[in-house]
Design a protein around this ligand. Structure first.
Ligand code: MG
Length: 312
């Protein structure tokens, strides 16, 4: 893995978590453009595809084709999301025949039984066990692997999630040696105080492991939560260009936090990201055109400040 030279690493999830929940289906070429534009703007780590059932998520059916067309940039990490062994095999297959393929797989464990059952037909514990199994398999294939705890701050079906359960899941998952553990507020219900508490407990329970956080702006708390997560010691924050996307299996889970809004907040606070805000805003011109609508991200509409200010 590359050396962290910026204060916070931005993980751009627009091409996967973003587009997966958009009604307009981007073709392979547009997905590649979205990814390479983000790279040109300085992003070094990106979710580029998910290897899931194309009948359930038709937006992601061309994962292999996208990956095959990505540039072989050595400083960038391409992530493929997988939810089961079949998906993991597809991710590994992208490297066959000496191809670059994906550099890392992202696994998902479900914080509640109902969310797990509706998503994957498995309980929370079964999802943890499967992740541990897939981590072992990934490591045996020299594939870097990380895991996200989905619905960690609240479940669309069960409501509030017990923090102790999430910490216990993370403790079990850490035994599989993932490169990082992430907490995802899949339905956008977290608050900064809860983020501080949860990540504080997690850091205490697992002092050695890098932490990432994934927030949605569904109730307007996404950026505040990202700031709380930064203060609590996460090294990486997920964000989606323009604020695209949600989760197709979580009702009303709209709005990942917008990368450019997050970058604005961080840069204005003296936190470096390596991402060029002006480039990001420029990239959104064609994305808005292709989507046929204005994106939810706010800095795209208001512009940076002062006008034309670029702080890498
Ligand atoms: Mg999301």
């Amino acid at each position: 893995m590359g050396i962290m030279i910026f204060d916070i690493e931005i993980l751009e999830v627009g091409a996967r978590d973003g587009l997966q929940n958009e009604k307009v289906i981007f073709d392979t070429e547009s997905k590649v453009r979205l990814i390479t534009d983000a790279m040109a703007a300085g992003v070094k780590r990106l979710e580029v595809a998910s290897f899931v059932n194309p009948k359930r998520v038709p937006q992601m059916a061309d994962g292999e084709a996208v990956i095959e067309r990505l540039p072989d940039d050595p400083v960038v990490t391409y992530i493929g999301l997988v939810l089961n062994k079949r998906g993991l095999l597809r991710a590994l297959e992208t490297k066959s025949g000496g191809k670059r393929g994906v550099d890392e797989v992202g696994l998902v464990a479900m914080a509640t039984d109902t969310f797990g059952q509706k998503n994957q037909g498995q309980t929370s514990q079964e999802s943890v066990d499967l992740c541990l199994d897939m981590m072992k398999f990934s490591h045996a294939q020299n594939m870097s692997v990380q895991v996200t705890l989905s619905a960690a701050f609240g479940c669309p079906f069960e409501g509030r999630v017990d923090q102790s359960h999430v910490i216990e899941m993370a403790r079990q998952l850490a035994e599989g040696n993932p490169r990082e553990i992430a907490l995802a507020d899949t339905i956008g219900v977290a608050s900064p105080a809860k983020v501080t508490e949860m990540l504080g407990r997690l850091k205490e329970a697992l002092p050695g492991i890098p932490l990432r956080a994934h927030f949605h702006n569904t109730r307007g708390t996404g950026l505040a939560n990202a700031w709380a997560a930064l203060l609590a010691g996460v090294t990486t924050l997920d964000a989606s260009v323009g604020g695209l996307g949600g989760c197709p299996f979580a009702p009303k889970a709209t709005g990942n936090i917008a990368t450019e809004d997050l970058v604005y907040l961080l840069h204005e606070s003296g936190v470096t990201t390596g991402v060029n805000l002006d480039n990001y805003l420029e990239n959104l011109n064609w994305i808005e055109q292709d989507l046929g609508r204005v994106v939810p991200g706010m800095v795209k509409q208001a512009g940076g400040f002062p006008a034309g200010n670029v702080r890498p």
